[in-house]
Design a protein around this ligand. Structure first.
Ligand SMILES: [Zn+2]
Length: 101
């Protein structure tokens, strides 16, 4: 019993189950169902992981191109900005997303 957890291993950021670059397809599918209607929270969570991954990649001497590819891998599959964002000025949106004052 028990659900197989598709998690990452550091510092390589590949899935511990299938060896795909994380988040793998199985993990993304799980995120999609776990975060229905909560894309901002999903992006914030991914952002926290991306920050860790970026640090690991930098420590490993990866290039900025590698890190850009990493960013796309983390975020490009997420549905585009929530509807509310279209009506919020960019500065306001930044505060909304980051939660800072
Ligand atoms: Zn996986």
């Amino acid at each position: 019993m028990g659900e197989v957890r598709h998690t990452y291993s550091r510092p390589t950021w590949v899935c511990t189950v299938d060896g795909e670059p994380w988040p793998c397809e199985a993990r993304k599918a799980k995120f999609r169902t776990d975060y229905v209607g909560e894309r901002t929270r999903l992006r914030m969570m991914l952002g926290a992981h991306f920050s860790d991954a970026m640090g690991d990649f930098a420590d490993a001497g990866k290039t900025s191109d590698d890190i850009e590819a990493l960013r796309k891998r983390f975020f490009d599959w997420v549905p585009t900005v929530p509807l509310v964002a279209m009506h919020v000025p960019p500065g306001e949106l930044q505060r909304y997303v980051s939660g800072s004052s």
